[in-house]
Design a protein around this ligand. Sequence first.
Ligand code: ADP
Ligand code: MG
Length: 238
Amino acid sequence: MIVMKRVFKKYTRGPLALVNVSLLIEQGEFVYLMGESGSGKSTLLKTLYREEKVTKGYVEVCGQVVAKMKNREVPNLRRNIGIVFQDIKLLTNQTIFENIAYALRVIKCDERLIETRVLAVLREVGLEHKVNEYPGDCSGGEQQRVAIARALINNPSVILADEPTGNLDHETSVAIMRLFYRINQKGTTILMATHDSQLIEQIPYRVIELAKGKIKSDRSQSHVALLSNEKVKEYTTE
Ligand code: ADP
Ligand code: MG
């Protein structure tokens, strides 16, 4: 589902943000990406949805090789990926319905289909009754659930969440985690960046820990050895 092999990322200024990162996440896994602020969590996620290009190395998401992807192929990649951010990024002057429908409008989806899909994802996050309200009428936790509904709209195979509980209190965070749990139970792969160790202890899943751009620990590193070297070599950018 997600493959990174010997990935390096250097921004135009500053030290390396990712240093020789290799990892393998299988379909249906739930994985925490842990590490202090500045350790490279957001950068790693951004290379997966091609917000940032890697400087060197191999990246594959949902069977698509991201490392050498052309810009015009990026929308196709993102159709398989749901993205959830810490700063929820809802449009405050649009209803919850419009906030979620947005991605489908862009691809000129049929109006009836849009309505069915939006209501279905809102039901999934338990917020059907908020459909005609505005983000300002929702609590922080509810807004994050709307953002998760928005991420689910394309029925993605993987969700990348960047500190989705970072601005929420513990109880609300646990409710968001329950929601991710249910989504994961239906088969969606989840990679979630967080530095909330209390949450990780309470709801344990595989943890990949980053420190200064390097993988510090990952109990499944042995998986990486199974990667086909041929394919990796073929696509690796130098
Ligand atoms: P985290 O999400 O774990 O806090 P980031 O991936 O945001 O870490 O940052 C990793 C490192 O890369 C930091 O040193 C940060 O300053 C640097 N960095 C992040 N984004 C940029 C950028 N757009 N330009 C230059 N440096 C960046
Ligand atoms: Mg970050």
